[in-house]
Structures are given as C-alpha cells and as structure tokens.
Design a binder for this molecule. Structure first.
Ligand code: PHE
Ligand code: ZN
Length: 876
C-alpha cells in the first residue's frame, strides 16, 4: 500500500483567498511541444497582513517572473511541487509570469493538450494550473483577455472564451486572435482551441432581440452531422428563456467537438468543448440513444451558463450546486422535448443502476461531502444524479410558485458570485414557509433511505392507517443516520383498481403528498369504505428504496389499473424483481403460477400501451443483473443472469406472435430522429432482444434485420441481439459476419467503431475472453483515447456482469490489466475504471476473493493519486 496518501481536503478548512485578481491577460504562443504562456494578472491584497501569494502550478517550466515591471529576484519566490509562493509588495500589483508547457505530451487530457492535431483545453476541476501559475480555485473570479498566436495553415481557427475582439496576420506564416470575456469567471471555465475544422453555423435571437451567431466546430467532413446538436442548442436557448427566464449573455456561442476527452462535455464560458460522440449524429451513424444523449448534454452545458458560470461554486464541495441543479434542468428540458413519463422512467433507471449502487458500497458519499481526497473523483452519480433528485424533491416539497420565486431570488442575489449550498437553500427558504433546515440533511447524509409501508383498514371507522418507516444503513464515515423529510406522492385504489378520493387531514383528493419526517409515522386517511391498495412514491417523488408491503396480486391489480405511467411501470418492475429473486432462490422449481400471472400482466400492459411504443418498450424491459444485485447478499451474477434469461424466454415464448410482428416493422422514408420515431425503434429493439432469448430460433430473422437495417439504431439492436445468444449455433456465425461487414463499412469513422468495440465487449458468447484480447490488440485500439478504452473496458466491466464477474476471476484480472496500462497515461480514466469494483463485497465469497486479489494488485502498483483514492476506499 502507498504510504504517501495525501491528507483529505476538508470543507471546514475553507478560507477565502487573500488577494483579488482584477484582470487576467493571457498570451499564448502555440507550439505542440513548446507552448509559451505569458500570464499578466493585476490585483491587490484583499485582507490580511501576510505578504505571501500562493499560486497553483503543476508540470510548468518557469521562464520569467516580474512584479510591476521588475524581475523578481530568486529569493523572493519559492517553487514547490504544488505551485509557487511569491513575496508580494503592498498595494496594487501587476504580476507577470511566463511559463512553458508541452501540450503534445499531455496524455492526461487535463490542461492544454493536443487532440487530432489541434490544441484544446480542459480545466475543470484543476487543469488550469497545468497551463500557468494561478489561484486555481473556483472562488477567484476575474475577467480574462486572451491572445493566441500560431501557425496559420495548421491552426486557422483560434478560439477562446467570450467575444472575439481582433485577429490578423503576423508575417506570412503566423496569425493571431484576441478574445475578451467580460464576465468574471473562475479559471476552471477557461478554454482555448486552435486548429482546422469544418464549421456548422446558425444563429439565435434572444428574448431581448439580440441576434447571436452560433457555431459548431467539427472534423473536416463532419459538418452535416452537426445539424442535430445545433437544433438542440437553439431549443435549449429558447427553453431556458421560457421556463427559467434566462437569456444568453455574450455576442457569440461556440461548441467544439474533440475526440479525446475524459467526460461528456465542458461548459467553458461561451466556448463549450464536447466529446465528439455527443455532437455528431445522423441516422446512419448514431443510435436514438445517441440523439437523446446529444440533446440532453448540449442542453446541460448550455444551461450551465447560468447555473455554474454566472453563479459558480465557492469550492469543490459545492459541486452539486451547479451539477445537481443543471442535471435537474436538463432532465426537465428532455421531459418537455420528449415524453415526460418515458424520460422520468429512464432517469430513474439511471439513478438506480448507478447512484443506488454507489450509495450502497464503499464509495458512498454525501451529495455535498465534507471531505475528499481527489477532486476528479467527485464527479459521481451521487453529485449529479442524486443532486438532481434533491432539486426535484425540493420543488415537490415547496410547490412550483415558491420554487421559481426561490430560484429567481438565487439568480438575483448571487449573479457574478461563487456560492454555496447554504446560499441556495437560503434563497429558497426566503420564498417558502416550509422549514428547510431538515431538508438540508439530504445534502450531508449519504446512503439511500429505505421506506417500509404497512397499511391497516378499519371498516367501522372507515379509516386507512398507513404506517411508514424510514431506515438508512450505515455508510463509510456515517455509522448513525438521522431521519430525512421524504415526500411521497400517494394514491389509494380500490381492490378492483379504481383510484379513490380519500381525505387526509381533512383534505379530499385522489392523490396526496405525504411527508415522512420521522423514523416512523402514521398517516390516517378517512372516508375509506373498503380495504384499499396503496400506491406510494408515485412519479418517484423521493429517491428512496420502497418496501411497499403489498402482495403480488395487489401489485398486478394496480399495474393494470393505474393511470400514472410511472406507477404502472414501477409496479411491473417490482413484480419482475420479485419473481426473478424468487426464481433464483429456487432454481429447480417451475414457478408456474407466478410466472404465468406475471407474463399475463406484461402482455396486458404491452397490449394496452402499444400506441405509446417508447413506453411499451420499457414495459418489456426486465430489471438488469446490476439492479438485482442490490437486493441480494452474496449475489451470484451468473445465476441471476441465467434466471433473467429464463424469464425473458418465457415472455418471448408467450408473446412470440406480436414480437415478431413488431420486429418486422420498419419506418420508411427519410430518417426521423423524433421521440415518436425513436419510440417505434425502441420497441422493435426490445422485441428483438426478447426473441434472441429463444437462442437460435430467430437467428435468421435477426440477421436479416441487421442486413436490412435502415438506421444505426436498428443495426445495433440486431447486433446486440446476436451478441446475446450464448450457444455456438447460427447466431454465432451471423454475429461474426455482421461484425465483419460493420467494420468494413465504418472502419474510418471512430465514433461508430467505438460501438463495434463495445458490442463485442458486452457480448456473452463463449469466446468473450479471447475476443476481448483481440479487441485490445486491434490496430485501432488506443490506450490514449478514452472513448476507445471505455468502449472496451467500461462496456465490459459495467455492462457485462456475466463476463466481468466470471467465477474464476478472469474478468477482474482483465480489467486490472487495463487499469495498470492506462494509469500512467490518464489517471482520471484509470480511477473511473477502478470504480467498477465498487460493489465487490456484495458478491459470492469466491468472487470476493478474486476481486480482492486484483484490488490488492492495484494497491501494490503505486498508481496515480486518483486511482489510489478509489482503491483505498474500495478496500477499506
Ligand atoms: N462540468 C462538466 C459537466 O458537467 C463535466 C466535466 C467535469 C467535464 C470535469 C470535464 C472535466 O458538464
Ligand atoms: Zn455539468
């Protein structure tokens, strides 16, 4: 184990920075191996006597340093591994520092680096210090001017934040451009791009009538594939005006697509930088899921302009202030653009599969933690996804009017400032009579609460008493939990499935909001003539696990009757989970009765919702192995997988006729990316997936569907289906033939080839292990490209539980080998891959032993601080 683990950063250690930076002027002389950066900061000490100024810096070569025009003698400053300390004079200063960096050898993709022969930057969270010495913390805000100079032919476009000021030639070979960003910003929002691109342009007229040019910079030849992202951008701009009253605030807005990127995208002021996978799309090369992701990420980054940029975070503990709120905003946008209920279901699936798993393991942390070891590892499902749920819950708790009043107050009070969660909650508190002090606990307490319900009907008093209890298991560093306010939308149904109007606290309604504030509480409904069935946490009003206390017969009755699509879907998922767990407990039983009742319920719901294909597709979706693991101790993923297959097979057998009809349907005419058309394709994919469970019976049909697929969505769903047939029959041959054809067609289009890699990494065919090794030695596999590494390693470790958790441990070993290779190049990526081990203690003892062995191997390898942080916590 490493002994040099750094002490954690603590929220309580926050101290304001003792200097103000009034203005920053950056001058870049761009060369791949030797870029010169001249950084001129003006400012003054804002408080305190201490004359030392500490600036962050990492991997910088100092060329010169001057204060107020005079070179600083060596004894006046000290360079440390973390930065530089300079003795400052009293009063105003102009500090000029020149450094040299090598973008070409920067494989971490943090700071200034090269991607596809272009310069680009990534500064969140602490990348700016890899460009120049600076107080690289989000509470130091300044207006930036940027001048760039570079070779004209190689880098015809020179972009930075804010507004373009001037550009021109320098001699015959070089040119320059100057950009100015009037909005004070923290260094993590700085961006620079230089290179050659195709540019897709458009414009948007804002609510106050200002015409704003918009541009998307992409690889040569890709400009047609930017149309959807541009359309999503314009819809986002207009939606943020309509729903939140937020207008864009610069003269231009630019998006740049790069292929080497650690995350999805980055909200740099006026110059968003995107992973190309979340920009480029057309029907031939992108799936509907890609279109959906592009729409939501474009919106997310744009929405950050107000929630993140205009109002930023005081320190990184407040990360959820911008991320939770912005995810909430992009979820609402998608719900308005598409189907609200389908969007909500997908958000819940994502929350459950990623965040609940995180909350249930050694990496659990609060939405606003009070300490962290490495900031890069705080970009988690908890901060993002649970953070968004807290905003949604807050809205349910205080109501729409107070919610929007509070948000406007927040925008008014903190515009141009670096704020905290307390600031946000104060703004909300001033707009509501609901006491939010207890609600704030949601931000500091980790772990997912479990709510248990039990109802008792009193025939004589005509009351229904619902007893609700909440419990949250211990998480790392938090052995004891307090009660949280949990808002639960609740309805009561008659035994025949009719929604009842009942009274709670004298108020009559057919849906009530219960707020469970204590560990245990009774809610008494009056006017209830016969024993009802309760439906709780409707719309997933609180991010909790629910033990509803119903029997499956009641649940089926509810699922058939409920007019709330989320509740209906949730009821069927619960039924599915129960039957899957029952079947895996008793493998030899035939479970005939429960199986046929379940399948009837699915079939009935399917038939009833077929006019809403996107929703019907979700009805056909069975809980994943990853979700089932959460409900089990000593889980055996292979067994759960086999059980799941058995259930899917039974459904397919029963519904074969209608599934085949669905598979044969294909839209004709021009490609339509709309939610409605995507819904039809999603249903087709769900049907193909179920039919593939019948092994080779439908192999010809599926292969035919691959060959004739008019869209990437249909191509990939057929390919996935072939990848999911276990035996060596015709599907195997078809799979390989299809892969060859796919590779031949797309070998020159990297983001499409990523799909080719990942469909194989997610396959469950017997040759998986050999296949993975082939993939890693494929000439196009590249350890330096995160998309490609994730296409193999993350697809395998996060979406192939059968392979990853192979009983003899080879899956864990394979991932570990990759982590060891990636870590030296890109610590953020290796740390992310390492989180795949987060649930290791939930598995059967033999698997735990294998996982622990690999974690120890990683622990002994002296990896990066980022990876080490995850390893240490996983092993703790
Ligand atoms: N702030 C980015 C987002 O949420 C995510 C990100 C974090 C990107 C760190 C790069 C580095 O949109
Ligand atoms: Zn974000």
């Amino acid at each position: 184990m490493r002994t040099d683990t750094p002490p954690p950063v603590r929220l309580t250690d926050y101290r304001p920075y003792p200097f103000v930076i009034k203005h920053v002027h950056l001058d870049f002389f761009l060369e791949p191996t030797k870029t010169r950066v001249r950084n001129k900061m003006t400012g003054k000490r804002s408080f305190g006597e201490h004359a030392l100024m500490n600036l962050d810096g990492e991997n910088l070569k100092l060329i010169s340093i001057a204060i107020n025009g005079l070179a600083v003698p060596e004894e006046e400053y000290e360079i440390t591994p973390e930065g530089i300390s300079i003795h400052m004079p009293a009063g105003e200063f102009c500090l000029e520092i020149e450094t040299e960096i090598s973008p070409e050898t920067n494989t971490q993709l943090s700071g200034l680096y090269m991607s596809g022969g272009r310069f680009c930057t990534q500064c969140e969270a602490e990348g700016f210090r890899r460009i120049t010495y600076y107080p690289d913390r989000p509470d130091v805000l300044a207006p930036f001017d940027v001048r760039m100079e570079a070779d004209k032919d190689a880098y015809p476009y020179l972009l930075s934040n804010g507004n373009p000021v001037r550009s021109g030639n320098i001699g015959t070979d070089r040119h320059f451009a100057i950009w100015s960003d009037p909005h004070p910003k923290p260094s993590y929002l700085f961006a620079l791009v230089a290179g050659d691109f195709d540019v897709y342009t458009d414009s948007f007229t804002t609510m106050s009538g200002k015409e704003t040019p918009l541009a998307i910079y992409v690889d040569k030849g890709d400009s047609d594939r930017s149309a959807y992202a541009m359309d999503a951008l314009k819809r986002s701009m207009s939606w943020d005006e309509d729903v939140f009253g937020r207008e864009y605030d610069l003269d231009v807005f630019n998006i740049v697509a790069v292929r080497d990127f650690n995350f999805g995208a980055m909200e740099n002021k006026g110059l968003n930088i995107f992973n190309a996978a979340y920009v480029l799309a057309d029907g031939q090369t992108a799936t509907d899921a890609d279109f959906e992701a592009i729409e939501s990420i474009v919106a997310h980054e744009y929405f950050h302009n107000w929630t993140g940029n205009r109002i930023t975070c005081r320190d990184w503990f407040q990360l959820c202030l911008k991320e939770g709120l912005t995810v909430y905003r992009d979820q609402e946008f998608s719900a308005d653009m598409r189907s609200r209920s389908v969007t909500r279901i997908k958000d819940v699936i994502r929350l459950r599969s990623r965040q609940f798993a995180e909350d249930a393991g050694p990496l659990a942390h609060a939405v606003r933690p009070d300490e962290y070891a490495r900031i890069d590892n705080l970009y988690t499902a908890t901060v993002y996804e649970k953070g968004a749920e807290l905003i949604r819950m807050l809205r349910v708790l205080i109501g729409d009017t107070a919610f929007f009043a509070g948000l406007n107050r927040y925008f008014d009070s903190y515009d141009g400032k670096a704020a905290t969660i307390e600031d946000f909650l104060n703004a909300m508190q001033l707009s509501t009579s609901e006491d939010l002090r207890n609600f704030a606990r949601w931000y500091s307490q980790s772990g997912t609460p479990t709510v248990t319900a039990k109802g008792v009907h009193d025939t004589i008093a005509r009351t229904y008493t619902l007893t609700l209890k909440q419990h949250t298991s211990a998480t790392p560093g938090q052995p004891d939990k307090i009660a949280l306010p949990i808002p639960l939308k609740t309805a009561l149904f008659s035994g025949k499935g009719r929604r009842l109007s009942t009274k709670l606290n004298g108020q009559a309604n057919d849906e009530h909001l219960l707020i469970l504030r204590d560990f245990e509480q009774d809610f008494v409904f009056t006017d209830v003539s016969s024993a009802p069935i309760h439906s709780l946490n409707r719309g997933f009003s609180a991010p909790v696990r629910l033990v509803d206390g119903l029997n499956d017969a009641n649940r089926s009755a509810l699922a058939a009757a409920d007019n709330d699509p989320f509740a209906q879907w949730e009821g069927l998922q619960t039924l599915a989970r129960n039957i899957l767990l029952e079947m895996s407990k008793d493998e030899d039983g035939d479970h005939k009765d429960s199986l046929s009742a379940f399948i009837d319920a699915i079939d009935e719901a399917y038939t009833a919702t077929i006019d809403d294909p996107a929703f019907a597709a979700l009805i056909l979706r069975m809980p994943t192995v990853g979700e089932l693991i959460l409900d089990q101790k000593d889980a055996d993923p292979s067994k759960l997988h086999a059980t799941r297959l058995k259930l899917k097979r039974a459904i397919a057998r029963h519904m074969q006729g209608s599934l085949v009809a669905t598979v044969q349907h294909s839209d004709t005419g021009v490609f339509d990316p709309s939610a409605a058309a995507a819904g039809r394709r999603a249903l087709k994919a769900a049907a193909i997936d179920l039919l593939s469970g019948l092994q080779d019976e439908h192999a010809d049909r599926i292969y035919e569907s691959f060959l004739s697929a008019p869209t990437m969505t249909e191509k990939l769903s057929a390919l996935n289906a072939l990848a999911n047939v276990e035996n060596g029959g015709p599907s195997g041959e078809y799979f390989d033939k299809a892969l060859l054809a796919f590779e031949e067609e797309w070998k020159d289009t990297p983001i499409v080839m990523d799909k080719w890699f990942s469909v194989q990494a997610m396959s469950i065919r017997a040759d998986l292990r050999a296949r993975l090794h082939r993939l890693c030695s494929h000439p196009d596999f590249d350890f330096k490209n995160p998309n490609r590494v994730r296409a193999v390693a993350a697809a395998f470790a996060m979406n192939n539980p059968v392979g990853f958790h192979a009983p003899d441990g080879w899956g864990y070993e394979f991932l570990t080998d990759i982590i060891l290779k990636v870590d030296g190049l890109n610590p953020a990526l290796s740390a992310r891959l390492t989180t795949s081990f987060e649930s290791w203690r939930r598995f059967s003892p033999d698997r735990q032993a294998h996982a622990e062995k690999q974690l120890r191997r990683l622990d002994d390898a002296n990896l990066s601080k980022n990876a080490q942080d995850i390893i240490t916590r996983a092993l703790a």
